[in-house]
Write a protein that binds this ligand. Structure first.
Ligand code: F6P
Length: 321
């Protein structure tokens, strides 16, 4: 391949810039022209490209967000939108595309590959909800950010003998909630993968720990469980007598400079993706498993299922008393 493009799509994630940098530098080092696509699939449809060189990705390895900007593009999901994107790629001589994003972005990469533009996906999402990977770019930074924020909330929660009900991101997945719950010593963790009952899993649990002399409590909820944290805090206060507050951490979780792990893995994955395209291999997702980087067919990757580690869930339950 002589010319490729790189785009970021879906929710941004810390480390996406490190992946873009690795894609651009690997391409340049191997004599491949590389375009940065602005605002994900929108840019691919409209030909919103900038030619990148070694220096256009200087000083971004440490930055959160994405210098290419990102978007969720409804037009690309239509046949006409996809046709336009293929036409634009052909006009610009783009022979392969690296797509950094989540599974919605990979569906686009699969459709584009099927229409003759080989794509390689790199998993970039704070949610860690890509089935073929045990890690996604941005997850580690986000987890550490949540830990820091909850630690701060804990200081005031403890000082007032209160209960704090905290909602963390994770549209369909509880990885952030479960692992930050463990890291922050939450009394109860509510995630979409495990059915729960507020009375049994929150109220009774709090009462049990109260009897063991506990006076302040952290309850962690994944966004994906759809619990109204304000209403839950009110219910807890009414049923346990513990003054309660609710906090939604929101988008503070998604920004910030990436951790070493996210920078390193993003760099490895970006390099790996270009090496696949250099061999004319497309329709693949770069995956990370146990610190190893490997790849899957996109179709296969999208059909895989990822389960929550119930051992981890049980550990959290056992030590949070
Ligand atoms: O997919 C990542 C994510 O941060 C989810 O955890 C969250 O539900 C969603 O994106 C928020 O999206 P937006 O920034 O578009 O509101």
């Amino acid at each position: 391949m002589k010319t490729i493009a790189v785009l970021t799509s879906g929710g941004d994630a810390p480390g996406m810039n490190a992946a873009v940098r690795a894609v651009v530098r690997t391409a340049c080092e191997n004599g491949i022209k590389v375009y940065g696509v602005i605002r994900g699939y929108n840019g691919l449809i409209n030909g919103d490209f900038i030619e990148m060189d070694l220096r256009s990705v200087s000083d971004i390895i440490n930055r959160g967000g994405t210098i290419l900007y990102t978007a969720r593009c409804a037009e690309f999901a239509t046949e006409e939108g996809m046709r336009r994107a293929v036409r634009t790629c052909q006009e610009w001589g783009i022979e392969g595309v690296v797509v950094i994003g989540g599974d919605g972005s990979f569906r686009g990469a699969r459709d584009l590959s099927e229409r003759g533009i080989p794509c390689v996906g790199i998993p970039g999402t704070i949610d860690n909800d890509i089935a073929c990977c045990d890690y996604t770019i941005g997850y580690d930074t986000c987890l550490n950010t949540i830990m820091e924020l909850v630690d701060r909330i804990r200081d005031t929660t403890e000082s007032h003998d209160r209960c704090s009900v905290i909602e963390v991101m994770g549209r369909r997945a509880g990885y952030l909630a479960l692992n930050s719950g463990i890291a922050c010593g939450a009394t109860a963790i509510l995630i979409p993968e495990v059915p729960f009952d507020i009375e049994k899993h929150v109220i009774e649990r709090m009462k049990k720990t109260q009897r063991a002399d506990k006076k302040h409590f952290i309850i962690l909820c994944a966004e994906g469980v759809g619990v109204d944290v304000k209403a839950l805090a009110a219910e807890i206060e009414a049923k346990t007598g513990v003054e309660s507050r609710a906090t939604i951490l929101g988008h503070t979780q998604r920004g910030g400079y990436p951790t070493a792990k996210d920078r390193i893995m993003a760099t490895r994955m970006g390099n790996y993706a270009v090496k696949l395209l250099m061999q004319d291999i497309g329709n693949r997702v770069v995956a990370a498993q146990k610190e190893e980087v490997l790849d899957y067919d996109i179709f296969e990757a999208l059909n895989m299922k990822k389960n929550i580690d119930m051992n981890l869930y049980n550990v959290a339950h056992e030590v949070s008393i």
